[in-house]
Design a protein around this ligand. Sequence first.
Ligand code: PLP
Length: 407
Amino acid sequence: MNDFNVNRIREDFPILHRKIRGRQLVYFDNAATSQKPLSVIETVSNYYKTLNSNVHRGVHFLSDEATNKYEEAREKVRSFINASSVNEIIFVRGTTEAINLIATSYGNSKISRDDEIIISALEHHSNIVPWQMLCERTGAKLKVIPINDKGEILFDEFEKLITEKTKLISVIHISNALGTINPIKEIIEKAHSRNIPVLIDGAQSTQHCRIDVKELDCDFFAFSGHKIFGPTGIGVLYGKEKLLDEMPPYHGGGEMIESVSFEKTIYNKLPYKFEAGTPDISGPIGLASAIDYINKIGIDNISNYENKLLEYGTTELMKIGDLRIIGTAENKASVISFLAGNLHPYDVGTILDHQGIAIRTGHHCAEPLMKRLGISGTARVSFAFYNTKEEIDLFITALRKAIKMLK
Ligand code: PLP
């Protein structure tokens, strides 16, 4: 699709036509979750209407068909992020579960007392707490790459943090709180020069830019379906096959076994070893439909258009006096955090909500980042490719009104 036509695209998203408190909805909370095109909604609905049955176990037609769709979805994800094999695609609940899986399975088996794990000051709680839990269990140490006031990691400091004890580096690709795009390729190269594996938290990047895990050469990559226009409750852990093969299972139960006896259980092969129990079946099928939708629009068209929204939104926000943009990295995605004077972001968000405009306020699940920046939270707008400049104008007008009312 070369002619990017936002008005035509908006027709695909029923929720965008909803009125909120009598006003046209302006949905600027895409970093929290994205809206779903009708094709995804219908795919999930059709699954339950026509296909519903359990996978990998039935001899009957429906089970076979559901299994095929489920595995086709895995292949679709593989191709979307350019993994080498479907064995490297593990379906999980989301980014949070993917990181917990690595922290538990890889962490428990490969990381021990006095080993070190490196994360950054930009991380979402999902990429902090699982490592803290691992450190508590093992006695390993968590080290944090510092950032500058613009919200960019300090690469020199990162290099200094690496020691012979560093066993894993886990970093956010795009910051949900500030929009910073991290130089993950350079981070991975540096880590690999010291034989250290790298996990990338791709919760905020997979929907904005092309992901090629082979080119990045990351060891693990995590993302959530609901942030890339797919259903909630489904996400993906990518891992290099060799590493996943060496790791013990995360959960035990059905599906993840080859055979069970009271004496000895043999685990299933990849990727099933990490998918215990009846999986979310409609989720991957819905996610595959979301990937089809993204491919139809074109991820490069999405990136280009969102960059224009980012530029326009930033310019318009900066015209408002006494407003501070929090996170001014050179390399940013379509997320803008801001503080208007000394107004509380929650009050600003509430008044905007009364005008039909959905934004996010608070610490954005990044409390340590807020502490580093010396603030308790921000107001945040995050744009998707179905947003428009006209919506940004509505938001700016509403924001000016909110500031006037609250002063
Ligand atoms: N990492 C980042 C950067 C995020 O923005 C989020 C969600 O906001 C997560 C991890 C957690 O994703 P989920 O809640 O889908 O597991």
